[in-house]
Design a binder for this molecule. Structure first.
Ligand code: SAH
Length: 359
């Protein structure tokens, strides 16, 4: 089965060149054009023989528009603070969101791991539409290249916090991390994988990471969102199949296997889980666990089901954790005017994009 070139490392590209009757050094050229130059089509790689490019252009690989494996930009939305949200079109007419977030010399790319998501968290715009499919390695790496191209800046950080549940697409996520580090020169420590928790997958993620990447240095962020099982299930219906104690046990196993600290994400929903008693219960739950809590004030989506927390509630929650010696930070809301909440842009544009997607 033929597959697109994006996502392949140097040895695979050299083998591909040879398989197609070219000298091995063509593989190195392809590597340079794919990753350093960001070429979008094989036809654009002007150092390759013209006849070869023309011959290959007529036969794109399975699951791709062109041999290079790049997506099409369907829409771009830029917020006043520079946060840039891209809607990218896949070969099979689906769309995914990717966000570039510039801050203090950094450029963080928030990538999607799936088209849609099956986890159905009640506060999440992506969860409302269900899952279409998982993304392939080239479709994940393409998002980082697309942000680099549009923002004319090298991404320094990648967070798997866009659409989808990365732990339902572990192998492609790890292969994409491998490619970002080996072929784009990023550091594993600048990459974060965020999960809401899928039973029995965290130890597997740890083991597969060691096996495939040689070490697991990326950050694991777990979307906890509640200090107890009852409240967690209310917000995340799929948590029903994964008791909070079992999730924390799996986090401890992850730490034991990788030697890395885990961070917990906690969305603050006004009046629901943002009270001092919730903070006290959370501190109790995480007692003795080497971890970090990242508070995320809720970003309202169209359905007015939840409230944004008041600034006083956010501050009170943070202080209540600090007083109990829990390491905590508050995520600043970025690019609110660019439909910042995950999955929101795609939902807003759904109707108007149909003609573009059908092309
Ligand atoms: N499925 C993974 C990664 C995607 S979501 C996960 O759940 O972790 C990335 C983060 O954004 C999660 O912590 C998620 O709970 C949060 N999130 C989703 N919708 C949000 C919203 N409307 N406001 C604030 N954070 C949101």
């Amino acid at each position: 089965m033929s597959q697109p070139l994006l996502g392949m490392g140097l040895p695979a590209l050299e083998a591909w060149a040879k398989q197609h009757g070219q000298a091995a050094f063509r593989g190195r050229q392809l590597h340079d054009w794919l990753y350093a130059k960001g070429a979008r089509q094989l036809a654009d790689v002007s150092v390759l023989p013209k006849g070869f490019r023309e011959q290959m252009a007529g036969q794109p690989p399975d699951g791709s528009l062109d041999w290079m494996g790049r997506s099409r930009e369907l829409h771009r939305s830029v917020a006043r603070d520079g946060t840039t949200k891209l809607l990218l079109g896949t070969h099979d007419g689906l769309s995914i969101e990717t966000v570039g977030i510039p801050a203090e010399g950094r450029l963080t790319v928030c990538v999607s791991s799936q088209v849609g998501c099956p986890m159905a968290c009640r506060f999440c715009a992506t969860g409302k539409g269900g899952l279409q499919r998982s993304l392939a390695v080239h479709e994940i790496v393409d998002q980082v290249l697309s942000v680099r191209e549009v923002m004319e800046q090298r991404p320094s950080h990648v967070v798997f916090m866009g659409m989808g549940e990365p732990l339902l697409n572990i192998e492609a996520v790890l292969d994409a991390i491998q490619c970002l580090c080996t072929d784009l020169g990023m550091a594993q420590r600048q990459i974060t994988v965020s999960t809401v928790g899928v039973p029995r997958t965290l130890p597997r993620l740890a083991e597969l990471a060691l096996e495939r990447l040689g070490r697991a240095q990326f950050t694991l962020a777990v979307s906890l969102h509640a200090p107890d099982q009852r409240l967690r299930e209310e917000l995340i219906p799929t948590a029903h199949a994964y008791p909070i104690e079992a999730l924390l046990d799996d986090c401890r196993r992850y730490v034991a296997i990788t030697g890395r600290r885990v961070s917990f994400e906690y969305i603050l929903l006004g009046g629901l889980n943002d009270q001092p008693r919730h903070a006290a219960a959370l501190a109790q739950l995480l007692r003795g666990f080497q971890s970090h809590v990242n508070l995320i004030p809720y970003n309202p989506i169209e359905e007015e089901e939840f409230q944004r927390p008041t600034p006083a509630a956010v501050d009170g929650f943070r202080r209540a954790l600090q007083e109990r010696h829990v390491a905590v930070s508050v995520r600043a809301s970025r690019g609110l005017d660019a439909d910042a909440a995950c999955g929101q842009l795609r939902r807003r544009l759904e109707g108007s994009l149909e003609p573009v997607l059908a092309r």
